[in-house]
Write a protein that binds this ligand. Structure first.
Ligand code: AMP
Ligand code: ZN
Length: 476
């Protein structure tokens, strides 16, 4: 089945047809690195991670680029406040960002271009705009002349007349028209600066993304994304710059994520209502955060509440429990010479869940619906296990393989599937179980309970049942 993507440009779900067959070139606007990354950012980056993972899962070769804004007004302001060198400040938070993404199991982009390493490319881009008559030099910088670009507003659908009326020229700004935006800013005393044909200065914000995405992905590419707040002016301006340069369509599909909200407001640095990824990871497993994000469709707003996170935590626990149920059952499962109604019922439920999962993901990456299918499969396999004496391996394998797909796409259970079940570890746990059984027979419950409690501490749970004791690896 083909994937459908909601394109912000057309406000419609469209069939996804990449420019080059079998390949997806995508660019996601990266962070401005002047502070710790918060879970609002995580919402957006986890969403795009799963989009990318799904495209890869479907067999596409994905080339993904994400920029780092490592010089801009906010960085300079913050550096002035803390007395740090802006370059070092940006470097520090850039490293933290990469660490946070790794902790959240977000796959790294293929290329992370940084503004400060692409100044020459940016200058060339601005020169080209100037040559083509879209840019002019003012007293304090180089500006893009918005009214020269006839398609301005096509993404955000801003009303150009109102924009022109509403825009103001700030005191000291050297632009001709209030709606124009800066491509290059001439340096003020003490600010970081680079040589350019317009004197020393630094790039504006929007031009970096046009330049660096085009440099690595070409003059036309498939997907460009970011949070909703970037539609205007950032992405609108990016389109103006890029298409003014080439006179042809730049990006095929524009994708935007809804905000992570706190008490009805966007989680943001400026409002101060944020929780950093580091803080969140002290309290929750990264997979709980991923599941929390994926329980909503990426375009819908997502409310941050303790309840919501707890819900995700319980759900993740349920899924791990199912995986362990399957793993334990596999040990005693048998090859089938016959299938009864129980097998057919379980098989049908798992088959339907899998179809549901792909259908939901194909429908504009609807992880919320896909998640429902995952739980349907989980319930079905648990129901099957509770009903049959000796499960059939083939049925369990269907469920197991489905969960492996979920793992790959959602970026959860990965360590679980990767872990080589070390022979020694299993043997030692079995030995402890035997010793504990013996201790209980001898009514030494204190020591028997201690073995169980301490195993729990290291993530091994013992469960006593009519057929003896089984053990499970716990994650959360
Ligand atoms: P910034 O560093 O503020 O430019 O943000 C980097 C990315 O995170 C952008 O794509 C933003 O749209 C996105 N973002 C920031 N805050 C939130 C939020 N509360 N919810 C979802 N995405 C966000
Ligand atoms: Zn950007």
């Amino acid at each position: 089945m083909t994937i459908k993507i909601y394109n912000t440009l057309t406000r419609e779900k469209e069939e996804f047809r990449p420019i080059r067959q079998g390949e997806v070139r995508m660019y996601v606007c990266g962070p401005t690195v002047y502070d710790y990354t918060h879970i609002g950012h995580a919402r957006t980056y986890i969403a795009f991670d799963v989009i990318r993972r799904y495209l890869e899962h479907k067999g596409y070769n994905v080339l993904m680029v994400m920029n780092f804004t490592d010089i801009d007004d906010k960085i300079i302001r913050r550096a002035n406040e803390t007395g740090e060198d802006p370059k070092e400040l940006a470097e520090k938070f850039l490293r933290y960002f990469l660490e946070d993404m790794k902790a959240l199991k977000v796959k790294p982009a293929d290329i992370y271009p940084r503004v400060t390493e692409h100044i020459k490319d940016i200058i060339e881009f601005v020169e080209k705009l100037q040559e083509r008559g879209y840019a002019y030099e003012g007293s304090d910088g180089v500006y893009f002349e918005v009214l020269k670009f006839k398609d301005y507003g096509k993404l955000s659908r801003v009303n150009l007349e109102e924009l022109v009326k509403g825009a103001r020229v700030e005191p000291g700004e050297g632009k001709k028209n209030p709606e124009d935006f800066a491509l290059w800013k001439k340096a003020k005393p003490g600010e970081p600066k680079w040589e350019s044909p317009w004197g020393e200065g630094r790039p504006g914000w929007h031009i970096e993304c046009s330049t660096m995405s085009t440099k690595y992905l070409g003059e036309s590419f498939d997907i460009h994304g970011g949070g909703n707040d970037l539609i205007f002016p950032h992405h609108e301006n990016e389109i103006a710059q890029s298409e003014a340069c080439t006179d042809h369509e730049w990006v095929r599909y524009w994708m935007h994520t809804g905000f992570l909200m706190v008490n009805g407001e966007k989680m943001s640095k400026s409002l101060g209502n944020f929780i950093t990824i580091r803080e969140a990871l002290e309290r929750y497993d990264p997979e709980v955060i991923r599941l929390f994000v994926l329980q909503r469709h990426y375009r819908s707003p997502l409310d941050y509440t303790e309840d919501g996170i707890e819900h995700a935590k319980n759900n993740l626990e349920r899924l791990y429990n199912t995986l362990e149920n399957i793993r334990v059952a596999m040990e005693k499962a048998e090859i089938s010479f016959k299938w009864g109604s129980g097998e057919f019922e379980a098989y049908e439920a798992i088959r339907e869940a899998k179809t549901g999962f792909y259908g939901a993901m194909d429908d504009d990456f609807n992880t919320a619906e896909a998640m429902k299918a995952v739980f349907e499969a989980s319930n079905a396999v648990n129901r099957y296990l509770s009903r049959v004496e000796t499960p059939k391996e083939s049925v369990l394998r269907k469920a197991w393989e489905f969960f492996r797909i979920v793992s790959e796409v959602f970026g959860i259970f990965e360590d679980y599937f990767r872990e080589k079940k070390a022979g020694n570890e299993e043997a030692l746990i079995k030995l402890l179980i035997d010793v504990r059984t013996q201790l209980r027979k001898e009514r030494n419950f204190a020591l028997a309970d201690r073995i169980r409690a301490e195993l729990r501490e290291i993530g091994i749970r013992l469960e006593d049942g009519p057929r003896g004791t089984v053990w499970k690896r716990m994650r959360v």
